[in-house]
Design a binder for this molecule. Structure first.
Ligand SMILES: [Zn+2]
Length: 609
């Protein structure tokens, strides 16, 4: 079985290579049909095997597994490039709109394309695999018997309130980035050449041309929406800075300027949920007005698998099919004790024809992972919803849609929902509802805080890819952008050989990040629209789509479109509008914004960016 499929890979490359020498003039739509059929067939036979290789690579990090992944990566890239070249040869052929869309998707389906050159394909694939493994196995030792991996460092960053300890952990993890820098630059160099070979201006052009509008126009759109949301972020930043300064003292957190990155309760400062208790004191005298999901999970003895079941049940309540037996058998839920794995949570579509869908994460029993599980299952149910489409269309309307679905559900984890599923008592739900600022603050510390972060990350990459940022400026540029967008700075000057972007999974992992930005915006648009269509009256943060058939139908109708239509059409199917907008998010957080404005009345807000 294994050998048979390997030979198929080589065969397909040969077949494609020989086809591409045909005279363009002689090509007709029937040639296109034949080509598309072959692509579809290859995806069905090759796709599951390649996915399994990657699954092994991420679940068993060994010398051999990385060798296999690099080899598959290389061959799959070559195959995909051959296809893209073949698809380009049909540029002048008159074809149906559906076939044209398929051809365009084949041409642009790359993140880090190698040039059509065996040696460079091998090199870029090997670098990608090595960077990935460096991150996955990354650890830093302060002494021989004093070593920390990411999980150990995160335990400190997430929980400690000792500035010295926080600084040590924050700097410690960033040591893993240093050796990545040269490899990263080399990878970008080869990737740019690969993008050129496909007819793009470079990686930046390739990355941002995938949104059913010209790249420039799309980038303007992301800025337009950020401008809508910035006043909300600025108000939150101002309040958090003042409260952190009160707690740590002005030596550690000044009352003006940017926030130091090590005291925000998250390794990357991308979510500030862990410092909630420092920035908000519930108004009610009763200390039980907050619902502490982490404590509830522990108290109710809800284990990792049950956490996944609760998230699955939410989808089932909306009319989705339950997860398959193989999902439960083959997923990774708990960090293995005896081997290295990439713990970063992910959802996998190994073979949708036989419903082989899995998640891979090292679940911890806390509120954050409770949300992450919903997020990952969002991917899984999206895979399931479009599994009947041709393989080429089996993807999100755009990559932001895929990230938004599970996040949409987390907005529906309201006190009333938690009461419905017996996680809290009626009394607890009532108390929680009586203090909306508490609820909204908890959500904003994640949802609002992540908006500028998800925007800046690809702004950095865009400048690195085009060469606007020189190799010497890689790290400075990173911190300039973090300051500009987030008002966050490094707690101390960085070493000249520092490469802090490497300490964030998505940089060595080459995962585009704009998708998370879009998802943050879209989830509120989806939420507001579904709540309106359900006839919900009241503040948006009290609306839950749980158990609502109409909401489920609307959602499935959008998901089932996959990538077969423009993303604007999918957005319209659910919300009735074709435009991205920050207004739903502003509406959602309006009560918090009003409260923040009162708190900030006497403060000097903002920072010099
Ligand atoms: Zn995701």
């Amino acid at each position: 079985m294994y050998k048979f499929l390997l030979s198929t890979i080589f065969l397909s490359i040969l077949v494609l290579a020989s086809c591409s020498s045909e005279q363009p003039n002689a090509l007709t739509e029937s040639d296109v049909e034949k080509f598309l059929q072959r692509v579809e067939l290859e995806d069905k036979t090759l796709g599951p095997i390649v996915s399994s290789a990657y699954w092994i690579g991420a679940n068993f990090i060994t010398y051999d597994s990385q060798k296999v992944v690099a080899d598959y990566g290389k061959r799959y890239q070559l195959l995909a490039l051959e296809r893209a070249r073949q698809a380009s040869s049909f540029d002048g052929v008159e074809v149906s709109a559906e076939n044209r869309r398929k051809l365009n998707l084949i041409k642009s389906s790359f993140v880090m394309p190698s040039p059509l050159n065996d040696e460079l394909a091998g090199e870029i694939s090997a670098i990608s695999a090595e960077l990935d493994a460096m991150y996955g196995t990354g650890e830093h030792c302060f002494a021989d018997d004093d070593c920390y991996d990411l999980e150990a460092f995160e335990t400190i960053i997430d929980n400690s309130r000792d500035p010295a300890e926080l600084l040590k952990a924050w700097e410690g993890w960033r040591n893993i980035g240093k050796p990545m820098k040269d490899m990263y630059l080399r990878m970008v160099e080869i990737g740019n050449q690969g993008a050129n070979d496909l007819g793009y201006d470079g990686l930046t052009d390739l990355w941002f041309s995938q949104y059913d509008m010209p790249a420039e126009e799309f980038l303007d759109e992301t800025d337009r929406v950020w401008d809508e949301l910035k006043p909300l972020y600025d108000a939150l930043h101002c309040h958090v800075r003042d409260e952190l300064s009160n707690y740590y003292g002005e030596e550690i957190v000044a009352k003006t300027g940017s926030l130091p990155a090590h005291v925000l309760g998250n390794m990357w400062g991308q979510s500030w949920s862990n410092i909630y208790d420092l920035v908000y004191t519930p108004e009610s005298s009763s200390s039980s007005s907050d619902i502490n999901l982490t404590n509830i999970l522990i108290e109710k003895d809800i284990d990792e698998i049950e956490m996944v079941k609760i998230a699955e049940n939410f989808f089932i309540s909306l009319g989705f099919e339950p997860l398959s037996d193989t999902f439960w058998e083959r997923s990774l839920f708990i960090k293995p004790q005896d081997r290295n794995v990439v713990c970063h949570a992910s959802a996998w579509d190994l073979n949708s024809d036989v419903n082989d869908l899995r998640i891979k994460m090292c679940i911890e029993r806390n509120a954050e992972d409770f949300s992450v599980i919903h997020h990952e299952l969002g991917h899984i149910f999206y895979y399931q919803a479009y599994s009947d489409l041709p393989d080429i269309f089996q993807s999100g309307a755009n990559d932001g849609f895929h990230e938004a679905v599970g996040d949409l559900l987390t907005l529906s984890i309201t006190p009333n929902y938690l009461q419905k599923i017996d996680m809290v008592s009626e009394e607890q739900a009532k108390q929680a509802n009586s203090d909306p600022i508490s609820l909204l603050m908890q959500q904003a510390l994640d949802g609002v805080v992540s908006v500028p972060w998800t925007l800046m990350l690809d702004k950095w990459r865009a400048k690195v890819f085009t060469g606007e940022t020189s190799p010497e400026e890689l790290n400075n540029s990173w911190w300039e952008l973090r300051k500009f967008y987030q008002g966050i700075e490094a707690p101390r000057d960085r070493d000249s050989d520092a490469f802090d972007p490497g300490a964030k999974y998505h940089i060595p992992g080459n995962t585009p990040y704009t998708r998370y930005y879009l998802a943050k915006i879209l989830q509120y648009q989806f939420h507001e629209s579904l709540c309106n269509q359900m006839g919900f009256e009241g503040p948006l943060h009290e609306c839950s789509i749980y158990d609502n058939e109409l909401a489920g139908e609307k959602l499935r109708a959008m998901l089932a479109l996959g990538q077969s239509q423009e993303w604007q059409t999918a957005l319209e199917a659910l919300t009735g509008t074709r435009e991205l907008s920050g207004k739903s998010m502003l509406n959602y957080y309006q009560p918090l914004k009003d409260w923040l404005d009162i708190q900030n009345a006497e403060r000097t807000c903002g920072w010099e960016g």
